[in-house]
Design a protein around this ligand. Structure first.
Ligand code: ACO
Length: 324
């Protein structure tokens, strides 16, 4: 039997604490106006002390399971995308596995920074297609507030904390037109761009966690080009055109990048799901956070074609095409 991966549910978790640009401007040499103009960000959420990536991931996963009317006991694969794990090891995915009360399955983390969710989705989709798992949780969970340098105003205003998850189920692929499920994923990386976006610490280099460092302009320059290439590859692989896309659910890094992507696709802005204004850049969590909003308010309906794209440190980038 041929399998495909059906998206059965989506859940999210946002920490309670809202931090507005104005609040940041009290301690950082910045302004609400600068942040809004350059990024579209108005506020973000920060995790409370002791609130860990795994706890947020577990809440998002539970929400996705509820929507999918699926129990944790049915899950046999967890792929958690995070660059801010609870600990160096074991993986945040295994901590989530335990917190969900699971006693079986495979759980591991994926580290592709802001592209993490697309990477995790791709891996889970391949497991399901190959019949190596039947029910997967794909999670993006981050506490970037813990790795920000509050002395660096060009980066510390850009990020937030949160988590999102989807449940994928292996179902029979009949080959019928407009079958719901993951149509394709396209992943890329180019390690020569390390210096444009990295964290200056880690177990084997400094023995510390380190802080996020970014050459914003360099990342911006690459982001639109690379993500457009990934989208083109997805459309070509499926014999589709930009006009077939119902929703663009992009990684939420910067409103200007998102708008540039929509313009390149000739997609009206009301077909683009935006949550960066309220969440800032939540790295691997940003796509499911945005998707969940559009599902909850009824914009995304069963059968709609969703294009996801992301780019992050590495560089890594990619796209995923999903019929909800
Ligand atoms: N508040 C006030 N002024 C600031 C701030 C701040 N928070 N940060 C920088 N500035 C100042 C700079 O010091 C500089 O001042 P100067 O001209 O006197 O030297 C001026 O603003 C312009 O700085 P730039 O860095 O050139 O500003 P730019 O227009 O490039 O915007 C930004 C910076 C928002 C980071 C942009 O480059 C960007 O969004 N890049 C994409 C990076 C990104 O989103 N990465 C996320 C991870 S990867 C991804 O997801 C795509």
């Amino acid at each position: 039997m041929q399998f495909r991966s059906l998206a059965a549910g989506c859940g999210t978790y946002l920490p309670a604490r809202v931090v507005t640009n104005a609040e940041l401007a009290k301690t950082v040499d910045t302004s609400d106006e600068w942040i809004r103009q350059r990024t579209g960000i108005c506020e973000r959420r920060f995790a409370a002390e002791g609130e860990l990536t795994s706890a947020m991931g577990t809440r998002a996963a539970q929400g996705a399971l509820d929507m999918a009317q699926t129990t944790a006991g049915e899950v046999d694969l967890i792929v958690c995308a995070t660059s801010t794990p609870d600990e160096t090891f074991p993986s945040t995915a295994t901590r989530i596995q335990a917190q969900l009360g699971m006693e079986r399955g495979v759980a591991f983390d994926v580290q592709a920074v802001c592209s993490g969710f697309v990477y995790a989705l791709s891996i889970a989709d391949n497991y399901l297609r190959l019949g190596q798992a039947t029910t997967a949780l794909v999670i993006g969970a981050e506490t970037f507030s813990r790795i920000l340098d509050w002395e660096d105003r060009s980066t510390c205003v850009l990020f937030g904390d949160g988590a999102g998850a989807i449940v994928l189920k292996a179902v029979e692929a009949t080959g019928a037109e407009r079958e719901p499920g993951v149509l394709s994923t396209h992943l890329y990386s180019d390690g020569r761009h390390h210096d444009a976006l990295y964290v200056d610490g880690g177990p084997s280099s400094t023995g510390t966690v380190g802080h996020l460092r970014m050459e914003g302009r360099e990342v911006f320059r690459h982001a639109v080009v690379r993500m457009s290439e990934a989208i083109d590859a997805a459309l070509e692989a499926n014999g589709l055109t930009p006009g077939d896309i119902d929703w663009l659910v992009p990684h939420q890094a910067n409103l200007r990048i998102i708008e540039a992507m929509a313009r390149r696709l000739n997609l009206p802005q009301d077909r683009v799901v935006v949550s960066v204004d309220r969440h800032a850049n939540t790295s691997a969590a940003s796509i499911p956070l945005a998707l969940h909003e559009a599902l909850k308010d009824g914009r995304v309906q069963r059968g709609d074609l969703i294009m996801m794209e992301a780019m992050g440190g590495g560089f890594t980038w990619g796209s995923a095409l999903l019929r909800w």
